[in-house]
Design a protein around this ligand. Structure first.
Ligand code: ADP
Ligand code: MG
Length: 698
């Protein structure tokens, strides 16, 4: 594609600033700009004018319908399409779209998860326009990004708390920058750049694997002779089919205004990554949802299937979503940019200290924000950050903070560093901060990269947590600074206190090692291994107070979320268990039996020829396969019973526990026998495409 074409297609399906400028009156444009830049609501009279311009523009782009595009707690986006048509008296139609329709929609919400928030007699939620995220046209439909709430205003979606958390952190961050003398700053916004990992598999093979079709991951499958040990896939040359997919994906995303920037192969065979250029958090969240949707759609066109599951294949790397996070002022200042002299950069020091304190105080929240059935398979596996939270700062920064902690004066702190070989606390070099890939929360030059998030999740929850917990620490710091006689001295006192009270969260070593697990335990860090271990803690008193204090989530919203996440966990495992039972009973057990039968026939016919012919190979295989099949059959029956028991449990926490402790355990046992059988059953008999086929034959 020519350079000019790219510039032309970028944002061509987005009702963005330039389109608004061109199509709205000066007055309306100014009003909407004001609303967006100040984060305020939109006047009803303005909405009418915007709606009408939006409709005209969308119809020119081929749209016939509109939808309030929202993100319910199912984790994916929802849309209910209404056409623009309205009847006229003379039996014709006109295309209509009013300000009221733009601002508010009322989808029947009864089948979205609400965790008991919405009594069934009042199964209507409403959607409310988020003017800070641009409307766009997709599949002949005008999509209007919206928040989704119950009639009493409780959040039923991911966007509402995210917007609230952005307001919370903005409020406190503005206090901080003002206290530090940056009086011209009006806004401080969080920015996010989510790197998205995914797998591509051949669609025909996908369709012949019920586990991939129903669960998005393989439930059985023995490792092929080659995995990722050669590390020849990472950044390797793209296969033509994959290259064509990526080209088309980029184009589709550019049309929607998504800043897709980097596409490359990842560590595992068939694994890839897309990274966009970072942007304001709620837009990054919307764009990431669109990215995942487009990945799936575009893959289909190339007879591929995009797997967003965190662990589609056992034994090779899983997929994550690296949440790069920072804070920027409207004057262009990045609060996490160390600058040339970090030790004298008070804003940086204070922000860094705030993040350190926040992560240590709220390890539980970060862990909870990434808790899903899928991600449980990835966290703690040897290629993903463990379920234990820690922060990587790099040597230079850690030394600098330790010097401050020891009470060494700023200038002395620089000398201290000189004696350990670093130049007078140099600009923090990117390559110096980005080496540790094993840390779940790493400082990477001028931002923090949170790596525990799963590939299939929305980035919303994670950023709700980060924003709120940092807002809370900022508030505490701002209170201290307001009372201080000497602001500079107080900043150093704050950094010192932070290091003393929360320094244990800093760990620059190998986060994948077993020693770290022990070390983390002795430091008193949390290790919430699974979703049922982690999620109930969202409703701990500390967290209820935190979210209430900053008006991000009410206690009712918190309780409903705990329930929804646990219910979802149980549902996922339920489907997986039923799928595995079906695969064993109707395909794997019969395949083993059939192959065994062939082996028995071979033994018999050989004996018929002569008793002296060797049948030891067949006999040994028969014995092994018979034993495996017996175990699989027995365990499958047990699994069926344990699913029934889990299904009967009414309490959400207990239910999730049963699925984790009983159901998942049996599934793992069955898999062991099925995989050992797959390794010796003839290809002609095995009912499913192998890992080798799936991973290497795109
Ligand atoms: P990596 O080495 O992790 O692949 P990249 O340079 O590709 O690092 O950056 C990863 C992501 O971080 C990109 O999406 C990028 O836009 C994002 N990013 C860079 N700066 C910021 C920032 N200030 N705030 C949020 N995200 C950022
Ligand atoms: Mg990264």
């Amino acid at each position: 594609m020519e350079k000019r074409d790219i510039c032309e297609i970028f944002g061509s399906n987005v009702f963005n600033d330039s389109v608004m400028k061109e199509r709205l009156t000066d007055e309306t444009y100014a009003a909407i700009k004001m609303a967006i830049s100040e984060g305020k609501g939109i006047d009803r009279s303005i909405a009418g004018a915007v709606a009408s311009a939006m409709k005209e523009w969308a119809i020119e782009k081929g749209a016939t319908h509109y939808t309030h595009w929202f993100q319910p707690l199912t984790g994916i986006t929802a849309e209910k399409h209404d056409s623009f048509i309205a009847p006229t008296d003379d039996g014709h139609i006109i295309m209509e779209f009013s300000g009221k329709e733009l601002i508010k929609g009322e989808p029947d919400a009864s089948s979205f998860p609400s965790g008991g928030l919405r009594a069934t007699f009042e199964a209507r939620g409403y959607t409310a326009w988020d003017p800070s995220s641009y409307a766009f046209v997709k599949d002949n439909t005008l999509c209007i990004p919206t928040a989704f709430c119950s009639y009493c205003g409780e959040a039923l979606d991911q966007k509402t708390p995210l917007l609230r958390s952005m307001e919370a952190i903005e409020k406190q961050a503005v206090r901080i920058v003002h206290l530090l003398g940056f009086k011209d700053v009006k806004r401080v916004q969080t920015t996010v750049g989510p790197e998205q990992e995914y797998f591509l598999v051949d669609k025909d093979m996908y369709l012949s694997r019920p586990d991939l079709m129903y669960c998005g991951r393989t439930l059985v499958g023995s490792m092929p002779p080659k995995g990722q040990e050669m590390e020849d896939h990472y950044f390797g040359v793209l296969k033509p089919r994959v290259a064509a997919f990526m080209r088309e994906l980029d184009e589709e995303l550019w049309k929607l205004g998504v800043l897709a920037k980097t596409e490359h192969n990842e560590a595992a065979p068939a694994q890839h990554e897309l990274a966009p250029i970072f942007t304001t958090t709620n837009i990054a969240a919307d764009h990431n949802q669109l990215t995942m949707e487009m990945m799936k759609k575009v893959a289909e066109k190339h007879n591929l299937v995009c797997l967003l599951h965190e662990k589609p294949f056992d034994g090779v790397n899983g997929s994550g979503k690296h949440n790069n996070w920072s804070l920027t002022t409207d004057t262009g200042l990045n609060l996490l940019s160390p600058g040339k002299k970090p030790a004298e950069n008070h804003l940086f020091l204070l922000t860094l200290a705030a993040v350190i304190a926040a992560v240590d105080k709220h390890q539980d929240l970060l862990r909870i924000s990434v808790a899903t059935a899928g991600n449980d398979h990835r966290l703690g596996a040897n290629e993903a950050p463990p379920a234990i939270l820690s922060m990587f700062l790099g040597e230079e920064l850690t030394e600098m903070l330790s010097a401050i902690e020891k009470g060494v004066h700023r200038d002395d702190a620089q000398k201290t560093n000189m004696t350990v070989g670093a130049e007078v606390i140099p600009t923090i070099r990117r390559d110096n901060t980005d080496r540790n890939r094993t840390s779940p929360f790493a400082f990477t030059g001028n931002k923090f990269e949170f790596r525990m998030l799963g590939s299939a999740s929305s980035v919303s929850d994670t950023n709700v947590m980060i924003n709120t917990m940092v807002a809370d620490v900022f508030a505490e710091f701002a209170d201290r600074l307001e009372k201080a006689d000497d602001v500079k001295e107080e900043i150093f006192a704050i950094v010192r206190d932070t290091m003393r009270n929360h320094g244990r969260i800093i760990f620059n070593g190998d986060g994948y090692s077993d020693e770290w697990k022990k070390e983390a335990e002795s430091r008193g860090l949390l290790n919430l291994a699974s979703t049922p271990d982690a999620v109930p803690h969202l409703a701990d008193e500390k967290n209820i107070k935190l979210f209430s204090r900053h008006k991000v989530l009410s206690p009712t919203e918190i309780f409903s979320r705990v329930e929804i996440v646990l219910e979802n966990y149980a549902k996922v495992l339920h489907i997986e268990a039923l799928t595995l039972i079906d695969m064993m009973n109707r395909a794997v057990i019969p395949a083993i039996t059939a192959y065994n039968d062939t082996l028995c026939c071979a033994v018999n016919s050989r004996r018929a020829v002569s008793n002296s012919l060797d049948t030891s190979v067949e006999e040994e295989l028969i014995a092994r396969l018979t034993a495996a099949n017996t175990e699989i059959y027995k365990l499958t029956a047990e699994l069926k019973n344990s699913v029934k028991a889990a299904e009967r449990e009414a309490d959400a926490t207990k239910k999730a526990r049963l699925y984790h402790d009983e159901v998942l355990k049996l599934m793992t046992d069955i898999r062991k026998y099925a995989d050992s059988a797959e390794a010796v059953v003839s290809n002609d008999y095995w009912p499913y495409p192998s890992y080798g086929d799936l991973l290497f034959r795109v």
